[in-house]
Write a protein that binds this ligand. Structure first.
Ligand SMILES: [Zn+2]
Length: 365
């Protein structure tokens, strides 16, 4: 895809080298490229250049209730790329939500070239009712139903609105997540391989600029923009280099985790020449080429024996499952060697729950 910078440069080039037969054309040739976005509107928020404006995306009522999703538009003093940053698809992944709250004040519109669209809490019902993983209104994960459906349930309608108002208007998107209430997670990013070399090079450089040194390679995301499923993938399948990053663990906000995500966005902004200082990109990334997900095959009580970020050997014990009167039912064993990307943080365990995700590191990469 073309960023606004390259589009603007292209327009400038055409004006300079194209036929200039009249004085009027010559005048135009000397003028700077016109601003593609004198104002920028997302939902109820319309910002002039140099403004930070607060508003909402109004998810309309349908088969169930509607709600207002908060949005902030920071329309930089100068033109440049449009970067969207979203969090709170899972409304109890608090570190990622606080990271975006931090950005709302930290990014000064006067210092920005381009536009920052901030969606701090996509899943307001989950945030309000402290519900992990899903939107309690329709019991759907709010990162699985893109590009959405205006005639579906609340999650479908909200996803559709984000696709139209945010994804279609941006050049790049970063979706922030973290350990949910029942997950102890070590920080990492995902890099999606779309197969479009040029786009993948741009997104790879963005992920490295972001700064988290553990990067999961996602090569199995849907390629069809009409069935994009995930928010990042909705942008990626529409030709917009984008990625997902996660930090934070089970409940209370560790401010260091939130700060990592917030600083990462500032690093990407600098990398995209939207302003700020370019931090050194990750030099020695740990590329994770496969995720092995351990799932509970029975109800019980989970007792982890390792923490997030532990490096485990194949066959190592990562936890024990007992019944409700402390009789051992099962040792939970790592089927492959790798890094504990996250591990279950609570004893409650129902069949089908995730016990741990083990990242298998790419050899020689
Ligand atoms: Zn999440």
């Amino acid at each position: 895809m073309k960023s606004h910078v390259s589009r603007a440069a292209l327009v400038g080039l055409l004006l300079v080298t194209g036929p200039a037969q009249t004085g009027h054309d010559q005048l135009r040739a000397q003028a700077p490229a016109p601003d593609p976005h004198p104002t920028f509107t997302v939902g109820t928020a319309t910002a002039q250049r140099g403004q930070r404006v607060y508003g909402v995306l109004k998810v309309p009522a349908g088969s169930d209730a509607g709600y207002d999703m908060p949005v902030v538009v920071i329309h930089g003093a100068r033109p440049g790329p449009v970067l969207a940053v979203a969090s709170g698809a899972h409304g109890s992944e608090y570190a990622s939500i606080i990271a975006v709250e931090m950005l709302i004040d930290a990014v000064k519109p006067d210092a920005v070239a381009g536009t920052l669209i901030l969606l701090p809490i996509i899943n307001v019902p989950s945030f309000e009712r402290i519900t992990p993983h899903v939107n309690p209104t329709d019991n759907k994960s709010m990162n699985r139903f893109y590009p959405g459906d205006p005639n579906g349930t609340q999650t479908d309608r909200a996803s559709y609105l984000i696709t139209k108002e945010v994804v279609e208007q941006c050049d790049h998107l970063i979706d922030l997540h973290g350990g949910d209430l029942d997950e102890n997670l070590r920080p990492y990013s995902y890099w999606t391989v779309t197969g479009n070399q040029k786009q993948d090079d741009v997104s790879r450089a963005m992920v490295l600029a972001f700064g988290l040194d553990h990067i999961i390679i996602s090569a199995d995301r849907p390629k069809d923009p009409k069935a994009s499923r995930f928010l990042e993938n909705t942008a990626s399948t529409r030709g917009k280099p984008s990625f997902t990053a996660e930090a934070g663990r089970s409940g209370p906000v560790e401010i260091g985790d939130a700060a990592k995500l917030s600083a990462g966005v500032r690093n990407v902004m600098a990398h995209l020449k939207m302003g700020g200082t370019i931090a050194a990109p990750v030099r020695n990334p740990v590329w994770v080429e496969k995720i092995v997900s351990l799932t509970a095959d029975r109800d019980g009580m989970f007792h982890p024996t390792v923490d997030r970020d532990a490096h485990v050997a194949k066959g190592a014990k990562v936890g024990i499952v007992t019944d409700y009167v402390n009789r051992p039912l099962q040792d939970v064993i790592a089927p492959e060697a790798g890094i504990i990307m996250f591990i279950r943080a609570v004893p409650s365990l129902k069949k089908g729950d995730t016990l741990a995700n083990i990242g298998v590191v790419k050899m020689g990469g």
